[in-house]
Design a protein around this ligand. Structure first.
Ligand SMILES: Cc1cc2nc3c(=O)[nH]c(=O)nc-3n(C[C@H](O)[C@H](O)[C@H](O)COP(=O)(O)OP(=O)(O)OC[C@H]3O[C@@H](n4cnc5c(N)ncnc54)[C@H](O)[C@@H]3O)c2cc1C
Length: 284
C-alpha cells in the first residue's frame, strides 16, 4: 500500500491521473479507513487530500460554494451556514459523534455514496451541483445525477470532487432535516428527509422540494410528493396524497436496524412534521 499526501489540487490530480484505478482519494478517512480495515476495499494507493487548504473554503453568494473538505463540524456550528442552510447544518449535527464530525467531510459523505448519507437530502433540496476535476478537465453536474447506485457514482477513477454549489434558503421559505434513528447520535438514518418549502404571503405553498435517504439505493428527490403540496395550505388531505407519493418512490430494504415496511410507514407522518416545521421556520 502506498500513501501519498497531496498538498495542492494539482498534485492530487497528477497522482490520480498516474495511478488511475489503483488509487483512492482519502479525505477525513471516517468511511474509507474503516472500509479498508474491514477488507471491503483494497486500493494500492491512498491519495490523502486533507491538507489541501483550497478545498476547505466556504463562499456565500447568490449560490453557496463549499469545498469538499468542509467538515461536518463547520457545517454544524458556523452561524452563517446555519442561517442560510439550516437543513444542511441540522443534518451535519446528526453525523456520528463530535469526533466523526470534526474530521468527516461533506465531500466524503457525498463520494462515499451511501444510501444513508445524511447531508445529501439537504443538498438535493438546495438544488446542489458538484464539480468534478481531473487532468482532462472539469465538469459540473446536478448532484441528483451524480449517484448511480449504492456506493456507485459517475466519477471516473482519475476525477475528484472539488466543489459543491447550492441555493441558499430564499426569503419566505423554511427548510428542515429530520432523521429517524434508534438513538439520538452515532446512528445512521433509518429514514432521513429534507424538506424546503416556499410560502406565498397568504400562506399557500408556492414551492416544495422533498428529498429522502435510507429508503432506496441512492438518496432522491420525490417530485410527485412535491407537486402534491404545491397550492395547498398544508391542510385537508394533502399529506395523504404526498405520503402516498413518498411510499411509491421508496424501495427500502429490510435490515438489522429496521424493516422495509417500518421505513415506508414513517414517511407520511415525517413529511407532515417536516412541513409544519418549515412553516414555523419561515425566513422573512
Ligand atoms: C462512528 C461513525 C459514525 C458515522 N455516522 C454517520 C452518520 O450518522 N451519517 C452519515 O451520513 N455518515 C456517518 N458516518 C460516515 C462518515 O463519517 C461520513 O460519510 C463522512 O462525511 C465521510 O467523510 P470523510 O472525509 O471521512 O471521507 P473518507 O472516508 O475520506 O472518504 C469516503 C469516500 O469518499 C471518497 N472521497 C472523499 N473525498 C473525495 C473527493 N473530494 N473527491 C473524490 N472522492 C472523495 C473516498 O475515496 C472514499 O471513497 C459515520 C462514520 C463513523 C466512523
Amino acid at each position: 500500500m502506498q500513501f501519498h499526501r497531496a498538498q495542492t489540487l494539482d498534485e492530487a490530480l497528477d497522482l490520480l491521473g498516474e495511478l488511475g484505478d489503483d488509487a483512492l482519494v482519502l479525505a477525513g478517512g471516517t468511511d474509507a479507513v474503516i472500509q479498508y480495515l474491514a477488507g471491503e476495499i483494497a486500493p494500492e494507493a491512498f491519495v490523502h487530500i486533507e491538507g489541501i487548504e483550497d478545498l476547505t473554503t466556504v463562499s456565500l453568494n447568490h449560490r453557496t460554494t463549499l469545498g469538499p473538505l468542509v467538515t461536518h463540524r463547520v457545517l454544524a456550528t458556523d452561524e452563517v451556514i446555519g442561517a442560510v442552510h439550516p437543513a444542511l447544518a441540522a443534518s451535519a449535527r446528526t453525523v456520528g459523534g463530535w469526533q466523526t464530525q470534526a474530521v468527516g467531510t461533506i465531500g466524503g459523505n457525498i463520494c462515499n455514496a451511501s444510501p444513508a448519507a445524511d447531508t445529501v437530502p439537504p443538498l438535493l433540496v438546495a438544488d446542489a451541483y458538484v464539480t468534478l476535476a481531473s487532468r482532462r478537465g472539469r465538469r459540473r453536474l446536478a448532484l441528483m445525477d451524480f449517484f448511480l447506485d449504492r456506493r456507485q457514482t459517475v466519477m471516473d477513477p482519475d476525477e475528484m470532487l472539488t466543489a459543491i454549489d447550492l441555493d441558499p434558503l430564499p426569503r419566505g421559505s423554511g427548510e428542515v432535516y429530520l432523521k429517524v434513528g434508534r438513538r439520538g447520535a452515532m446512528e445512521v438514518a433509518l429514514v432521513g428527509m429534507a424538506v424546503r418549502i416556499g410560502f406565498a404571503a397568504d400562506g399557500t405553498v408556492d414551492s416544495a422540494r422533498i428529498a429522502l435517504c435510507s429508503v432506496a439505493p441512492t438518496p432522491r428527490r420525490v417530485p410527485d410528493a412535491e407537486k402534491a403540496l404545491i397550492g395547498s395550505r398544508l391542510d385537508g388531505g394533502v399529506f395523504d396524497a404526498a405520503g402516498e407519493a413518498l411510499r411509491a418512490a421508496a424501495c427500502p430494504i429490510d435490515d438489522a436496524r429496521a424493516s422495509a415496511s417500518y421505513r415506508r410507514r414513517t414517511l407520511g407522518g415525517l413529511l407532515e412534521r417536516a412541513a409544519i416545521q418549515c412553516r414555523e421556520a419561515v425566513t422573512s
